[in-house]
Design a binder for this molecule. Structure first.
Ligand code: CA
Length: 230
């Protein structure tokens, strides 16, 4: 199925030129020369990408952008005048994906369309994942990665699970029994000091390695992670 692009542009010459070129590239194109009509069309959800001029009759492009983002995440590339820096900034703030400055080379526009569509596809199909953060330590549960201030930290499976549990319960003290149950399972029959051993592993790889105080002991109770920078 052809990728559908909505071109909201009131300058007939530009709109016509873009339509010809995009059609030639295999896109299906619909034109609108009015901000209000363009917004209504964009909101139908029938388009894969919107090219949006800023100076438009009916409703200006920034207003179209603002209203569109209330209910749609369709990718938008703004067409802006060369010196309209504020338009670019406002447009991006309002959720536009990119902009192209007029007059533009068609190759540049085509490249930006491809990049924007690709980015959007990626975020659409990305699995739900959770980022847990505390004291500069960042754990990505789906990528199964941990880093401190951008430095990757290599953890074993159990170390990772333990850190994930602690981060999910940030600022909440967990008893050794709770940790064993959740990380090693109800039927764990090994040494009861396993938690202390793994906390030591974590500390040597994180706290000691980066001079921070993430995993803390609460005497007689258990362990907790806290953001000590605050
Ligand atoms: Ca215009």
């Amino acid at each position: 199925m052809a990728t559908k692009i909505l071109v909201i542009e009131d300058e007939e010459k530009i709109a016509r030129f873009v339509e010809l070129e995009l059609t030639h590239e295999g896109y299906e194109v619909r034109k609108s020369t009015d901000g209000r009509e363009g917004l209504d069309l964009a909101l139908t959800g029938a388009f894969d990408l919107v090219l949006l001029d800023i100076m438009l009759p009916g409703l200006n492009g920034l207003e179209v952008m603002r209203r569109l983002r209330r209910s749609s995440d369709v990718p938008v590339i703004m067409l802006t005048a060369r010196d309209a820096v504020m338009d670019k900034v406002s447009g991006l703030d309002m959720g536009a994906d990119d902009y192209v400055t007029k007059p533009f080379a068609i190759e540049e526009l085509l490249a930006r369309i491809r990049v924007t569509l690709r980015k959007h596809e990626k975020t659409e199909s990305a699995p739900v994942h959770q980022i847990l953060e505390c004291g500069g330590v960042r754990l990505d549960s789906s990528a199964h990665s941990v880093e401190y201030d951008g430095h990757p930290i290599e953890l074993t499976k159990k170390e990772f699970d333990l850190l994930e549990l602690l981060l999910k319960n940030k600022n909440i003290v967990l008893s050794r029994d709770t940790i064993i149950e959740r990380v090693w399972g109800y039927d764990y029959m090994g040494e009861t000091n396993v938690v202390d051993v793994y906390v030591r592993y974590l500390r040597s790889k994180i706290d000691d390695a980066y001079g921070i105080n993430l995993v803390q002991t609460v005497r007689g109770v258990g362990y907790v992670v806290k953001d000590e920078r605050l």
